[in-house]
Ligand binder design. Structure first.
Ligand SMILES: *[C@@H]1O[C@H](CO)[C@@H](O)[C@H](O)[C@H]1NC(C)=O
Ligand SMILES: *[C@@H]1O[C@H](CO)[C@@H](O)[C@H](O)[C@H]1NC(C)=O
Ligand SMILES: *[C@@H]1O[C@H](CO)[C@@H](O)[C@H](O)[C@H]1NC(C)=O
Length: 459
């Protein structure tokens, strides 16, 4: 009952606020809870924008514990506050997190990150809920989508959620390129879920492994076909600039030419070769006129030392020890701050889908054909995904409920925007008052969203 009263108040406030977006901003900033917001990031042509300003990703990959001890760093309030001190010192604006627990509360860390001017680039997959590169078809199923949709629900309302990665290095060789239609179908489904649930257009795209032979094909594949199938951005991992090196010696110059016509934002989801020393001279190319017309920055792998030599710091309890490459990165970032629009291209054509070849072994689904969304997952578009399994679920790869059939291009278009759309909040309130408890959890979700936007004064 408390929920319905809160909602009614929130819906009234929303109706007022909706008429004036500027007012939402003003009230959010004035919030007495100290709840921080950042300008949401959008895609224009081959670039990101925060408001009217070109937005470059200047960040680090962040997963203390590494892949051997999977835990959610955005649910670890002590850990994130310990590390935000270092993020501010580095001068970054983005962290990438590979794994989160979609049942955990992330308010404290997301708020602290926003207060520090830092956005989150988030992988929605977890080790047990992901596409199986060895056998992709059975793993593209309803239980899998339920988990990643629940992760979207958990993060969509934060203004500093920058983007979602639909997959990470699923393809890591030529003979795993047959996973590409599944990765692309997941991207399509995530975009449709975001649109259907009435969330803002949080960008969705893929993070490709540093595999030279099929990386360009994957980039064009993710950007070909009708808009429901195309990614909002593309990212790849690149360890080819190893000290001592240069823009030309690393081959980065050739990639700028190769991707010169690419029409969606492109960035490095991991970089920072550890051969010899890490002077991070690539930072001056990445954020300089050699690259900004094509690239939107990148993320250094990785913040904490996890036994593989890539850590910028070593964490020991509450103590953080900076390494020499931390200082090098801090210096380079401070000296290389791009200004203006960087020569981005405001529009461009979709890519042409790659043909089957010895390095692109996609045969089951060709051209614009993709697997159809698993039938059991269609309901989530209108009903929402509900509670996710978190990090303790049993896993989805062999859960059954796989896709059957081929989708027609355009099938992922957002046809109906759900009742979560803010405009319908007041009618949802009425149905709740009339005793339709079935929408209770969803309605409370709207309240959380509203209270984030408008501040706790409402409550
Ligand atoms: C795993 O990570 C958690 C949370 O960061 C930590 O409490 C725990 O000690 C770690 N376990 C191991 C074995 O490192
Ligand atoms: C980019 O587009 C221009 C004009 O259509 C074309 O001449 C050029 O070859 C293209 N570059 C690449 C790398 O595809
Ligand atoms: C695919 O093959 C067709 C027919 O040979 C060709 O016209 C087209 O340019 C090829 N596409 C790409 C992306 O190479």
């Amino acid at each position: 009952m408390k929920c319905s009263i809160i909602l009614a108040a929130a819906a009234v406030a929303l109706a007022n606020a909706a008429a004036s977006p500027a007012r939402i901003e003003a009230r959010a900033s004035a919030s007495s809870t100290g709840s921080a917001t950042l300008p949401t990031v959008t895609v224009k042509g081959n670039a990101f924008f925060a408001g009217n300003n070109r937005f470059y990703i200047r960040g680090v990959d962040y997963q203390p514990g590494g892949s051997s001890n999977v835990s959610d760093p955005i649910a670890d309030t002590n850990g994130c506050q310990r590390d935000i001190v270092e993020f501010k010192k580095l001068g970054i604006n983005t962290i990438r997190v590979y794994t989160v627990d979609n049942t955990a509360n992330h308010d404290t860390c997301m708020n602290a990150l926003a207060a520090a001017g830092i956005y989150l680039a988030l992988d929605v997959n977890t080790p047990k809920y992901s596409i199986n590169r060895g056998d992709p078809a059975p793993s593209y199923n309803a239980a899998y989508l339920q988990n990643i949709f629940a992760t979207i629900d958990a993060f969509a309302h934060y203004t500093n959620t920058l983007l979602f990665f639909s997959g990470n290095e699923v393809i890591n060789s030529d003979d795993t390129t047959n996973c590409a239609p599944y990765v692309k179908a997941v991207t399509r489904d995530m975009k449709q879920y975001i649109g259907s649930r009435g969330y803002r257009s949080i960008p969705v795209g893929y993070s490709a492994a540093d595999v030279e032979s099929n990386r360009y094909e994957m980039a064009t594949y993710m950007n070909c076909g009708p808009s429901d199938q195309r990614s909002d951005f593309f990212a790849f991992n690149d360890y080819s600039w190893c000290d001592p090196s240069s823009f030309t010696q690393s081959g980065w110059d050739k990639k700028v030419v190769q991707y010169g016509n690419y029409s969606i934002p492109l960035f490095l989801s991991e970089y920072g070769c550890i051969t010899n020393q890490r002077a991070f001279q690539e930072v001056s190319s990445l954020y300089g006129s050699q690259m900004t017309s094509v690239y939107s920055g990148g993320l250094v792998y990785e913040y904490s030392e996890e036994g593989n030599g890539f850590g910028l710091v070593t964490i020991n309890g509450n103590t953080v020890t900076e390494h020499s490459d931390f200082t090098a990165l801090e210096t380079q970032l401070s000296q290389n701050v791009p200004s203006g629009d960087g020569g981005y291209r405001s529009s461009g054509a979709p890519s042409v889908c790659p043909n089957t070849s010895s390095t692109w072994e996609v045969t089951g689904f060709t051209g614009e054909m993709l697997p159809a969304i698993p039938s059991g997952a269609v309901q989530y578009m209108s009903k929402g995904a509900g509670t996710g399994p978190g990090l303790t679920g049993t896993g989805s790869q062999t859960a059954g409920g796989a896709s059957s059939g081929t989708a027609t291009p355009g099938s992922g278009a957002v046809t109906a925007t759900s009742r979560a759309q803010l405009a319908s909040a007041s009618s949802a309130a009425r149905s709740l008052v009339q005793g339709d408890m079935g929408v209770g959890p969803f309605v409370c979700g709207v309240v959380v969203l509203l209270s984030t936007l408008l501040g706790a004064s409402l409550l």
